[in-house]
Design a protein around this ligand. Structure first.
Ligand code: SF4
Length: 426
């Protein structure tokens, strides 16, 4: 028997959205390099930035030790900012040295920053010049990770979007599935197993392990978004003929099932086949979540806008863990990509888009939620005031998508409250 989609149980969301335009508190798009470089193992991310950018990356990546690091910074010195030295010559020198040491690299991303924007360094021309210097075996791509233009997850979108023009044209219009947004290897394998079981394929991923062998795109390409922040990349793929399959995001058992079913329906695959493939993983997910649901049910949660993953997270917290949503903030609400999540959240949820950090902090303090999901900069002051917090960046770094990760995702939210319980009774 087929399981009805949870969407059938909800009303369309027409909740008013509080629009905020004030000071905001988020990381810049450089941070995305931390998960992108793990995935694309033949790529190097060269930040064209200042010592501040280098320090940010070092401290954010502090716990990771690499024999062969895959990101670095070409430092713009003060004299370059004053226009007295040629930053392009410095860039050529750094790239030359890097390629002499690392001939196996296939793509170098030149990543723009606030300083490179301030001096109006043209990274497009720099990539063309470097391609001329180093030949066709290495691809130069470029995007901006600057804090002026991007927040931390938008860095991934900008990076993937920079690859779209290099994706080969699809040779025929037979359907294939393109999953867009970085997924951990283990998650990819689990998804592939299920798609294989239901007879859906071929399935390709953007990004894949290789930055060089990019998937083809064209008529017949059907997209599932794996991450909520890849808006621009999806739009570029659509402009090359790809079709987006609207779906909830694969967070938690419910989201993962809805995500798989959306693709299966587009392929015309029988519901019973999907039921059979997801039954085992779904049951394991529910068992893994149960312990955390016991602890979290009825507790209140306030989500600050940070990663753009807030809506699917809020849906997971309320519908699968029974938490009470006080406010769900998102840096940017793209209704075209979020409709399935909005439908699941229902009309009563209090949504805010953008940020005016002081006003939002006031609302959060007034409510004193059991848990606050926010950026690292806000977490410490709120903890000092006795509120329990979860850094949203952890939810981006950790593999959380799919059935087998649903328990881990629930645990991430339960951990701060669990610590509090143990301190109280310890
Ligand atoms: S890109 Fe801008 S915001 Fe990001 S670390 Fe560099 S200076 Fe700071």
């Amino acid at each position: 028997m087929s399981t009805p989609l949870p969407m059938a149980e909800t009303e369309a969301c027409d909740a008013p959205v509080l629009k905020e335009r004030g000071q905001h508190e988020v990381f810049c798009g450089l941070t995305g390099i931390l998960w992108l470089h793990r995935k694309m193992q033949d790529a190097f991310f060269l930040i064209v930035g200042s010592r501040t950018c280098a320090h940010l990356m070092q401290s954010a990546a502090g716990v990771m030790i690499f024999a062969q690091p895959r990101f670095g910074t070409a430092v713009i010195e003060e004299k370059d900012l004053a226009g007295m030295a040629d930053m392009n010559a410095e860039l050529d020198r750094v790239v030359g040295r890097l390629l002499a040491r690392r001939p196996e690299l296939k793509t170098i991303f030149l990543v723009g920053s606030c300083p490179s924007e301030v001096i109006k360094l043209d990274l497009n021309r720099a990539s063309e010049r470097l391609t001329g210097l180093h030949g066709p075996d290495i691809r130069f791509a470029h995007y901006s990770g600057s804090g002026i233009e991007t927040t931390f997850t938008q860095g991934e979108d900008a990076c993937l979007n920079s690859l779209v023009p290099s994706m080969p044209e699809k040779e025929d219009d037979t359907p294939d599935l393109l999953v867009v947004g970085t997924l951990a290897e283990v998650v990819e394998q689990q998804m592939l197993r299920i798609f294989d079981q239901i007879g859906l394929g071929p399935v390709r991923f953007l990004p894949g392990k290789s930055s060089r062998e990019l998937p083809p795109v064209g008529e017949g390409t059907r997209i599932l978004m794996a991450q909520p922040w890849v808006d621009e990349t999806v739009r570029s793929l659509q402009s090359r003929g790809a079709e987006l399959i609207p779906a909830a995001f694969p967070y938690g058992a419910e989201g993962t099932e809805a995500w798989i079913r959306a693709a299966a329906r587009r392929w015309g695959i029988d519901d019973a086949k999907v039921d059979a493939a997801v039954a085992g993983p779904k049951a394991r997910a529910h068992t893994a979540m149960a312990r955390h649901r016991e602890q979290l049910e009825g507790k209140s949660v306030f989500l600050f806008p940070d990663s753009q993953g807030e809506l699917p997270m809020a849906r997971f917290l309320s519908r699968e863990l029974g938490m009470r949503l006080i406010e769900v903030g998102t840096p940017h609400l793209d209704r075209a990509h979020m409709q399935a999540e909005l439908d699941l959240l229902g009309p009563d949820v209090k949504l805010s888009e953008g940020q005016d950090v002081d006003r939002q902090l006031d609302r959060c303090r007034a409510e004193r939620p059991d848990l606050t999901v926010c950026g690292m900069g806000l977490a410490n002051p709120l903890e000092a005031e006795g509120l329990r917090t979860k850094w949203s960046i952890e939810l981006v770094f950790t593999p959380v998508q799919g059935f087998e990760q649903a328990g881990d995702l629930a645990e991430l939210f339960n951990r701060p409250l669990d610590r509090q319980r143990r301190l109280r009774f310890g």
